[in-house]
Design a protein around this ligand. Structure first.
Ligand code: BGC
Length: 783
C-alpha cells in the first residue's frame, strides 16, 4: 500500500514538475529581504569602464546631455508631442533613448540614424512598458503574484523578453514593485500587493526572466523596477498624491522589493512622481543618492517617470525648467523621460557651474554602462525576421494558461444541493453564462497589455462552448437595459447553474489615473448579480478586477466566488479547467480584501495598537465602554472580508502546530553572523517545520506560509509578517512535512536608530494557510 501511495506521489510530483513548477517554486523559502548590504554588482567591469572613459573623453557637452534624453515616439500628449525633429536629434547624438516604438523595423530605422549618422555612433536604447507580456499577455501582475509561484512568473517574463526583444525593445519599465495597501489606488493591479517579502520574491522572478542568463544576449531586456519610491502610499489612494512614510517604514516595507530587483541584477530603476516626505521622489537625494548609491552601491541607471522631472515645477520645488533639471540630476535622476527639461538646459547648467561636470559624467556613464551591458555597441540592430507575425506558439500559451490557472483565487465555495457548487460536474446539463466579461477579449488582456491582441484571447464563452457544446450553454451578456437583464434572468432560470462574469472595465477603472472612491461593480452589474441570485439557482461569481471590490451582499449570498483578476490570453481555458476541476484552484490573495472602503488602507502586517480589540465581538456596535474604547469601528469589523494569503481549493488541508529546531537564539551571535557575512550568503540559524495534510479527496497545491512576529523590540513590529512560503502538491490523504530554513536576517529589524540589528525579543512563528490562522511556536532571542 505504502509503495503504491509513494509511487502515486512520485508520479504526481513528476507531473507537477513537467507541468511547469520546479523544486525552486516549492522552496521559495526564506530569502533575503532588504538587509542593508550593497547589491550584488553585475554591471561594471574594468574593460567596459575603460571604453566608457574613452568615449566620455570624446563627447561634447551636448552629446553627453543627449544620452540623458528620452522621448516617447509619437506621443499624443506631453512636451515632445508634435515634435518631428526626432530624426535630426538622433542624428546629432542628442537622444539617448526612445520608447513606445511599434516594431523592430521602426527601431532599426532610428538605430541606423544613431549608429551611422551620429558623430560617435552611440546606439539608442529602446524601451516599452512590457508589464505582463508583450504579445503573450499573461495575468495582470496582481494576478501573477496571486500564483505565489515565482517560477511561472519568471517563465512568463522570459517569454515577454524574447518577444519584446524581437520587436526591437531592450528595456522594459517593469516590474512595478510598489507596495500597495489601499485598493482605491488603481495601480494596485500592476504590483504584487501589500507584502514586502512576497513582493521581493516576485521582483527577483521578473528580473531573472527579463534579463535572462546575460543582458548581452539578443533576447534579454533590461528591467526597471518602479516607481522609486513610496508611490503606492498615495494619501487617500488618489494617484499621484502626496506620501508621508517614515524612514523606518521605508526600510522595512517600501524598499525591500526594489532592493531585491537590483540585487538580482536589474540594470535600471525608475524614480516616481510622488512627493515623499515633502521632497518629490524625482528630486529626492536621500532615496536616489544616499540609499541607492551610497548604501546599496547600485551602478545602473535611474530613469525618471513620464515628465516627473517637469513636475518638480507644479510640486513647487522649482520655478523653472532649469531649476527642475538641476534638482533632478543632482539628486540622482540620470535620464529625463519626456519632460524635455534636460535636453535644452543641462549643458548650460554645467557651463554656468550649477551642475558639476563630474555629476554629468557620472550620469552619462551609467547610461552607457547599461548600453554596453546590453551589447548594443556590438549588436545595435534587431533581426527583423525574429518578430512573430503569426499565431502564438504552443509553449507560450502553455505558460500563459498555467499562470492564469494559478492566479485564480477561490474565495468562497458553499454547498448547494448538499455539495459544494464547485467544481462543476462534467455531466452538468445546462449552464447559463452571464455577464459583460464572459466574452470580452479586450478586457481579458487587462491594463498595460504591451502589444497584446484581442484576437489572441480565448474567452470563457469560447472555452465553455467547446467543452459543453452550444446546446448546453445559454449565454446572456446582461448589460445596461431592462430587456438585457431580463434575458439574463431567463437564461439563469432555464439552467442548472449560472456563471456570472462581472467586474471592472480594465481600461477605464484600473491602472494609472484610475483611483476609485467606490469599489463597487460598474453600471447595472450589481443589480444583475442580485436578480440572477434571486432565481435561486446556484451562482458562481467570477470577479474580474484589478483590486478587491466591496460588493454589497455578494460574499454573504453568492455561494461561489472566484477572484479572477484579468487572466490574459488564456483566460477561457484556465477558467474552464478550474471550474470543472481539471485543476484545483491554488491562487492566494496578495492583498487584504476589505469589507468596506472605510477600512482602507488595510494590510495584515500592521503594527499593534495600545488598545487592541482582542476578543471583543466586533460584528455589533459597542455595548459598553469596554467594548467602545478600543481600536475599532462602531459600524464595521476590523478584519478584512478575506485575509492576505487566503484562498480555498477543492480539498481541505490541515496544519500541525509548527516545531522549531531550537527554542532559544542569541542576539549577539545572530548579529555577529549577519554582520560578518557578505551580501550573497544566507546564514541558516534554525529550522521550523509543520505537517500539512490533505484530508480531502482531490489533489491540490497548497501554499504553505511562514509568518514571524517579534515582541519586546525597541520599535514596534508588525503583529506578524511573512517570512517564507512553499507551494507543495498534496495528493488525497497525503501528509508532508514542510520545513523552512531561517537565517539571522529573518530575525533582524531596522531598530529605533534605523540600524539593522537582531534584538532580544520574544518570537512567534506560524506555519499557516493564510495570515489570520495557525497556532504559533514560541522561542526567545536572548541578549
Ligand atoms: C507611468 C510609468 C510608465 C511610463 C511610461 C508613466 O505614466 O507612471 O509606469 O512606465 O508612464 O509609459
Amino acid at each position: 500500500m505504502q509503495t503504491r501511495v509513494f509511487r502515486l506521489a512520485l508520479l504526481l510530483s513528476l507531473i507537477y514538475l513537467v507541468s511547469g513548477s520546479t523544486a525552486e517554486a516549492q522552496s521559495a523559502n526564506t530569502q533575503k529581504l532588504y538587509r542593508g548590504h550593497p547589491v550584488r554588482s553585475q554591471l561594471t567591469n574594468p574593460a567596459t569602464e575603460k571604453k566608457i572613459d574613452a568615449l566620455l573623453a570624446k563627447m561634447t557637452l551636448e552629446e553627453k546631455v543627449g544620452q540623458l534624453v528620452q522621448y516617447s515616439s509619437g506621443a499624443p500628449t506631453g512636451p515632445s508631442a508634435g515634435h518631428t525633429e526626432y530624426q535630426s536629434w538622433v542624428a546629432k547624438g542628442e537622444v539617448g533613448s526612445l520608447f513606445n516604438l511599434d516594431n523592430a523595423h521602426a527601431a532599426n530605422e532610428y538605430q541606423h540614424l544613431a549608429v551611422e549618422k551620429s558623430r560617435l555612433h552611440i546606439p539608442l536604447l529602446f524601451g516599452l512598458d512590457v508589464i505582463h507580456g508583450y504579445r503573450t499577455v499573461v495575468p495582470v501582475p496582481l494576478g501573477l503574484a496571486s500564483t505565489w509561484d515565482p517560477v511561472v512568473v519568471e517563465r512568463a517574463a522570459r517569454i515577454a523578453a524574447r518577444e519584446a526583444s524581437a520587436g526591437g525593445i531592450r528595456w522594459t519599465f517593469s516590474p512595478m514593485v510598489d507596495i500597495a495597501r489601499d485598493a482605491r489606488w488603481g495601480r494596485m493591479i500592476e504590483g504584487a500587493g501589500e507584502d514586502p517579502y512576497l513582493g521581493s520574491v516576485m521582483a527577483r522572478a521578473y528580473v531573472r526572466g527579463y534579463q535572462g542568463k546575460s543582458l548581452s544576449l539578443a533576447d534579454s531586456i533590461a528591467a526597471c523596477p518602479k516607481h522609486f519610491v513610496g508611490y503606492g502610499a498615495a494619501e487617500g489612494g488618489r494617484d499621484y498624491n502626496t506620501t508621508e512614510i517614515s524612514e523606518h517604514t521605508l526600510r522595512e516595507v517600501y524598499f525591500p522589493p526594489f532592493y531585491a530587483a537590483l540585487d538580482e541584477g536589474s540594470a535600471s530603476i525608475m524614480s516616481a512622481f510622488n512627493s515623499l516626505n515633502g521632497v518629490p521622489a524625482s528630486a529626492n537625494s536621500f532615496t536616489l543618492t544616499q540609499v541607492l548609491r551610497n548604501e546599496w552601491k547600485f551602478q545602473g541607471m535611474v530613469g525618471s517617470d513620464w515628465t516627473s522631472v517637469g513636475e518638480l515645477v507644479p510640486h513647487g520645488i522649482a520655478n523653472d525648467a532649469a531649476a527642475a533639471a538641476r534638482k533632478a540630476l543632482t539628486a540622482g535622476v540620470d535620464m529625463d523621460m519626456e519632460s524635455n527639461f534636460y535636453h535644452p538646459n543641462v549643458a548650460q547648467l554645467v557651463r554656468s557651474g550649477k551642475i558639476r561636470p563630474e555629476q554629468l559624467n557620472e550620469a552619462v556613464r551609467r547610461v552607457l554602462r547599461v548600453k554596453y551591458a546590453l551589447g548594443l555597441f556590438e549588436n545595435p540592430y534587431t533581426d527583423e525576421a525574429r518578430e512573430n507575425r503569426s499565431a502564438l506558439p504552443a509553449e507560450s500559451l502553455e505558460v500563459a494558461r498555467l499562470a492564469a490557472e494559478r492566479s485564480l483565487v477561490l474565495l468562497k465555495n458553499d454547498a448547494a444541493d448538499g455539495r459544494p457548487v464547485l467544481p462543476l460536474a462534467n455531466d452538468v446539463k445546462i449552464v447559463a453564462l452571464i455577464g459583460p466579461l464572459a466574452d470580452d477579449a479586450g478586457n481579458m488582456l487587462g491594463s498595460w497589455a504591451g502589444r497584446g491582441r484581442a484576437e489572441d484571447v480565448v474567452t470563457l464563452k469560447t472555452s465553455l462552448q467547446q467543452r459543453l457544446g452550444a446546446d448546453r450553454l445559454k449565454f446572456a451578456n446582461g448589460g445596461e437595459i431592462d430587456a438585457q437583464i431580463e434575458e439574463a434572468v431567463r437564461a439563469a432560470q432555464s439552467a442548472d447553474v449560472a456563471i456570472l462574469a462581472l467586474g471592472e472595465n480594465a481600461g477605464e477603472m484600473t491602472a494609472e489615473a484610475a483611483s476609485r472612491a467606490h469599489l463597487v461593480l460598474p453600471g447595472r452589474q450589481q443589480e444583475l448579480l442580485e436578480k440572477v441570485s434571486a432565481t435561486g439557482k446556484p451562482v458562481i461569481l467570477l470577479l474580474f478586477s484589478g483590486r478587491p471590490l466591496t460588493l454589497p451582499g455578494a460574499f454573504e449570498h453568492v455561494p461561489a466566488v472566484i477572484a479572477a483578476w484579468f487572466p490574459g490570453v488564456q483566460a477561457g481555458p484556465a477558467l474552464a479547467r478550474v471550474l470543472f476541476g481539471d485543476a484545483a484552484p491554488s491562487g492566494r490573495l496578495v492583498v487584504s480584501w476589505p469589507r468596506a472602503v472605510g477600512q482602507l488602507p488595510l494590510y495584515y502586517n500592521a503594527l499593534p495598537t495600545g488598545r487592541p480589540a482582542g476578543s471583543i465581538d466586533l460584528t455589533r456596535p459597542p455595548k459598553d465602554s469596554l467594548e467602545k474604547f478600543v481600536s475599532r469601528y462602531v459600524d464595521e469589523q476590523n478584519s478584512p472580508q478575506f485575509p492576505f494569503g487566503f484562498g480555498l481549493t477543492y480539498t481541505s488541508v490541515t496544519y500541525s502546530k509548527p516545531d522549531t529546531s531550537t527554542a532559544k537564539l542569541n542576539a549577539k551571535q545572530l548579529n555577529e553572523v549577519m554582520r560578518s557575512s557578505n551580501a550573497a550568503s544566507a546564514n541558516p540559524t534554525m529550522t521550523a517545520s509543520a505537517t500539512v495534510t490533505n484530508t480531502g479527496k482531490v489533489s491540490a497545491d497548497e501554499v504553505v506560509q511562514l509568518y514571524i512576529g517579534l515582541r519586546g523590540t525597541s520599535i514596534e513590529e508588525p503583529v506578524r509578517k511573512l517570512a517564507g512560503f512553499q507551494r507543495v502538491r498534496l495528493a488525497p490523504g497525503e501528509a508532508k512535512r514542510v520545513e523552512f530554513t531561517l537565517s539571522s536576517e529573518t530575525f533582524s529589524i531596522w531598530d529605533i536608530q534605523n540600524e539593522l540589528t537582531v534584538e532580544p525579543s520574544a518570537v512567534r512563528l506560524w506555519i499557516s494557510p493564510d495570515s489570520s490562522r495557525g497556532e504559533p511556536a514560541e522561542l526567545t532571542i536572548t541578549e
